[in-house]
Write a protein that binds this ligand. Sequence first.
Ligand code: PHB
Length: 394
Amino acid sequence: MRLLKGLILVGFAFAASGAAAQTVKIGFITSYSGLNGNLGPYMERAVRLYIKQHQHELPPGVKIELITRDDTGPNPDKAKQLAQELIVRERVDLLAGVIFTPNALAIAPLATEAKVPFVIMNAGTSVISTRSPYIVRTSFTLWQSSYPLGQWASKKFKTAYTLVSDFGPGHDAEQAFSRSFTEGGGKVVASVRVPLQNPDFAAYLQRVKDARPDALMVFIPAGKTATAVMKNFSDLGLDKAGIRLIGPGDITTEEELPNMGDVALGATTVFHWSAAGDRPANKAFIAAWKKEYGANETPNFLSVGSWDGTALIFEAIKQQKGRLDPDRTMEIFKRWKFADSPRGPISIDPETRDIIQPEYLREVRRVNGQLANVELEMLAAAVKDPWKELQKKK
Ligand code: PHB
């Protein structure tokens, strides 16, 4: 009898602790190998740093488990297989991460089918968020940067040439820029789409030089490819020929600036964030990063999308005390506003589940001996995805 009583008591204790202890599982997919395999850690580090700094805000007993997977670069089949495993075997509450558009598109139907909210922390093609009601995006769209870039450029230049990677975000950058540049009175003299992997930039850039446009608008995925563009741009003397290099901020991502060197000076970009931004929340973010990962380390825009995405996830966990219902989670996501983002105040557009954010005009300059994306002016404080805004008007 005494033994039985004891067992019952133990049982109660277990039940009680079981009710309190709650683990939220996040399936985190990004690239640790393949094209831009160096960028995955910029995302994961941001998620881990946010969790470390903020876990004391979680309801008592609630823990977060981050399960990371390598999609090996732009590889939709691999991304789909990983998402499937995370959903079925690991029973994750949320999916997050993803650098490349083709991978995000491959995961979208699984998020819908399994009702697993999917927080996109990078992939930037506009259409992605229309592919599942369980997608929310905390990064950007290429339209958000390239459309205002075209507006600005049309006041400075008469002619422009566009060169983009031949996949979703490249097509968006080309279309967004061409549309606003043309509407502003500029003329796009030629548009070229180059292979995503290992394009022969020298050949393409020689043709640009021969066409003598006032400006060359480039989008290629952030990272080493951007450095290859810069080197060829200067080796072939496009800068000396008076051609200005412009683009969305992907082409001057912070961790590549030291590899680019002085050829990057003067490159003008539009983007939602820069490490050089002097907002207090940004300064605190950069300082926390350096403290955690080393004085010579700098976060990039993929880190910012991941940092804010984790803040978004925290909101859903806090409001639901660690027990996530997918539909309730999406409702919380849609109402989210965040004053403390390193980029300035941001929110989620409840209609599209895309981010609303500021866009800055930036120029690469030397600051204290190092290259930086200096923010020259804020072009707009709360930019919705222009592609979806234009669709609405149709
Ligand atoms: C994307 O695949 O959506 C993508 C990749 C790299 C970037 C931006 C967007 O820099």
